[in-house]
Ligand binder design. Structure first.
Ligand code: 2P0
Length: 320
């Protein structure tokens, strides 16, 4: 009746932005991500017949704000007539600040819920269930380079390359660690309804996916860098052109992009990507990680720099 799972966040190189079905939380576009190794969320789910309602603790403090989404995730995995649960979450990085904390949280919750209820579900099924809670969470059920594709009324997952087969480093420049003002789901809907660039974004996504997939299969860092930066800037352009505009960047975000451009000019194998928040993720070859770390740490407005290798799939762990 109790299970604990660990999942790592993932960073999309080809982004998910927009939903084709909000009720089932199905994405409008496919996406490709890398799962990180060194940032994690651990979720314990304890089903308890004595409990009258679900209760959630995040880093040992009660959190009623996130509880409805966690409860809905448990309902999806176990069923609505389930026992209530005590859920404990531990996270070693800032939550809801554009560092993909919902991806690792819902991937781990899905896996722990299935474990606690003794359900034996395959990873594709777990990914579909996690994706209903948070689109990007489906990808954290897998390690390495992961592609999420639309397939009928569901999603289909493929591991393009595991973490050991192409070791890359991810250097995260934190520029603000307060939760963001507008959530991803809401911002995506504003983009879908109002951005003049949204239809083109959806239409052109298969091309970007093809280029990135081939770059990964051929371990072509330069091609991956070009397409990932393009796809990231295109997603933010969709948001900037929406009404009201969604702008996640701050001055330090821009300063980090200039730092990455300078590093590229100096011959570093590095590229940037930015999600629904002001942090900049610099993806680089491991030999360049120290240089990239130092340059981003010295960039004005950067408050913290985290480094991670690529990691493995979400997994059940000993609850103790
Ligand atoms: C991604 N993001 O592909 C994109 C890029 C942010 C920018 O997936 O509404 O929390 O819960 O399905 O997965 C963040 O959105 O959204 C996200 P929901 P999610 O990583």
């Amino acid at each position: 009746m109790r299970a604990t799972a660990i999942a790592q966040p993932n960073i999309a190189l080809i982004k998910y932005w927009g939903k084709r079905d909000s009720t089932r939380n199905l994405p409008a576009v496919g996406s490709i991500s890398i799962t990180l190794r060194d940032l994690f969320t651990k979720m314990s789910v304890q089903l308890d017949a004595e409990l009258a309602s679900d209760v959630l603790y995040v880093n040992d403090e009660r959190d009623d704000g996130m509880l409805p989404r966690i409860s809905a995730c448990l309902d999806e995995v176990i069923g609505r007539s389930r026992m209530r649960a005590r859920v404990d979450s531990v996270c070693n990085f800032p939550i809801a600040a554009g560092l993909a904390s919902s991806a690792s949280a819902f991937a781990a919750t899905t896996l722990a819920a299935a474990g606690a209820a003794d359900l034996h579900l395959d990873t594709q099924r777990l990914a579909s269930l996690a994706g209903r809670a948070s689109g990007s969470a489906a990808r954290s059920l897998y390690g390495g380079f992961v592609e999420l594709a639309n397939k009928g009324n569901d999603i289909a997952m493929t591991v393009l390359c595991d973490a050991d087969s192409w070791p890359l480093s991810v250097v995260v420049a934190v520029t603000e660690s307060v939760p963001k003002a507008v959530g991803s789901s809401e911002a995506m809907e504003i983009s879908r309804k109002t951005s003049p660039f949204y239809a083109n974004w959806v239409e052109r996504q298969p091309e970007d996916l093809d280029v990135a997939r081939n770059a990964i299969l051929e371990r072509d860092f330069r091609q991956l860098a070009i397409i990932a930066e393009h796809n990231c800037l295109k997603m933010h352009s969709v948001m900037w052109a929406s009404r009201p505009p969604t702008m996640f960047w701050n001055a330090a975000t821009m300063a980090c992009l200039q730092t990455v451009r300078k590093l590229q000019g100096d011959g570093c194998s590095v590229f940037f990507t930015i999600d629904a928040g002001p942090q900049v993720k610099a993806v680089c070859l491991p030999g360049d990680a120290e240089t990239v770390h130092a340059a981003l740490a010295a960039t004005p407005g950067v408050t913290e720099v985290l480094v991670s290798a690529l990691g493995a799939a979400a997994r059940l762990v000993d609850p103790r």
